[in-house]
Design a protein around this ligand. Structure first.
Ligand SMILES: [Zn+2]
Length: 126
């Protein structure tokens, strides 16, 4: 039993292009995130004896949420840019950008699996 739909070559092409767009800046976002957290952690440790812990932790939490927002934005933007559509209901998988949630592989309209697996993207069905 296969719960994954069969994608046509055009659909796979759009999904591959969207994935490549996300992959392009994944590394730079990760470096910025780790560097920022390390810097904020050092600042937090330096001020931890002078200020209450919630004040010291706040910039770290805000920075993390900011980076999460950027990551989510990049993923939704890629799905929008290449107009990735659900193979079942043919509706677009993304209609807008959400900063607070990550796109799932499932279609927001019909709930069925809309995005191909990495394996399907890399090894198209013959
Ligand atoms: Zn659908």
């Amino acid at each position: 039993m296969s719960s994954y739909p069969i994608y046509d070559e055009k659909a796979l092409k759009a999904q591959r292009a969207a994935r490549n767009m996300v992959e392009r800046d994944r590394k730079i976002i990760r470096i910025v995130m780790v560097a920022g957290i390390l810097i904020l952690l050092m600042v937090a440790l330096a001020y931890s004896s002078k200020y209450p812990i919630y004040l010291v932790a706040l910039p770290l939490i805000l920075y993390y949420l900011l980076i999460r927002g950027v990551i989510n934005w990049r993923q939704w933007a890629a799905l929008l840019a290449y107009e990735v559509k659900c193979p079942y209901c043919k509706k677009p998988v993304a209609t807008r950008i959400y900063l607070y949630k990550t796109p799932t592989p499932n279609c927001p309209h019909c709930g069925k699996r809309a995005l191909a697996t990495l394996n399907q993207l890399d090894h198209p069905q013959s």
